[in-house]
Design a protein around this ligand. Structure first.
Ligand code: NI
Length: 228
């Protein structure tokens, strides 16, 4: 499932993030790339240990914590401490698949399996040309360029790339999620069921006996499929 989540960051948070990023110490993005992806990766990143990174991480994690759509779609067990990248003119990241296992910096938890990849856009689409995130799946390729503050989540098992930026700069936050449910198809079913249940609740049907049954099925599927 490739899902767009609107307005993950509110305008105040975006302004705060941009203020921090304006003076942040950008470094070569190859620092966190595996062997294969280092060959096609040309961008900049904030060092994981920088004070600016820590402050931005706190801001993003707080926003994720209140986002019901993210919780329902990703079913997060653990979130990798978010990273921040910048693509200036001519920068790009060719086709690759993200590493299956990531190790956060010391003191931030043990290795994490990357089930879900996320990109949270910080630049406005009008700030740059090119720079689309292109994600391949069995239905073809999806070109993603979202409003500032919006986020896309997609299976970390997908081949993806960032098209060359030809004007301006594209700044984004990206991270991975180890999900309670490893398989994308199962997460998608749970997300669809959760969404349908939410729709019925909004129509005032929460008290119906069938709702108790369907809600039970959601939890029993989650119980069957989740690993903690
Ligand atoms: Ni990637």
């Amino acid at each position: 499932m490739l899902l767009t989540i609107p307005a993950v960051l509110n305008p105040d948070e975006l302004a705060r993030a941009r203020a921090i990023l304006a003076t942040a110490p950008w470094a070569d993005g190859k620092a966190t790339a595996g062997y294969q992806s280092a060959m096609v990766k040309r961008n900049q990143q904030l060092p994981e240990e920088a004070a600016e990174t820590r402050e931005l991480q706190k801001l993003v994690l707080q926003a994720l914590g209140r986002n019901a759509m993210f919780a329902s779609a990703a079913l997060p067990l653990r979130v990798y401490p978010p990273l921040f990248n910048r693509y200036g003119e001519g920068m790009t990241f060719g086709d690759h698949i993200d590493n299956a296992i990531r190790r956060p910096p010391a003191g931030q938890g043990g290795p994490l399996r990357t089930d879900v990849s996320a990109t949270l856009f910080i630049s406005e689409p009008g700030d740059y040309e090119g720079g689309e995130l292109v994600v391949e799946d069995s239905y073809g390729s999806h070109r993603v360029k979202l409003a500032a503050g919006a986020m896309v989540v997609y299976p970390a098992s997908s081949i993806h790339r960032v098209e060359p930026v030809t004007r301006g700069a594209r700044i984004a936050c990206f991270f991975w999620v180890q999900s309670l449910v490893r398989e994308d198809a199962r997460r998608t079913l749970l997300f669809d069921l959760d969404g349908a249940l939410g729709g019925l609740r909004k129509r005032g049907l929460a008290g119906e006996p069938e709702m108790i049954g369907l809600t039970g099925i959601y939890h029993n599927l989650l119980r069957m499929w989740s690993e903690t």
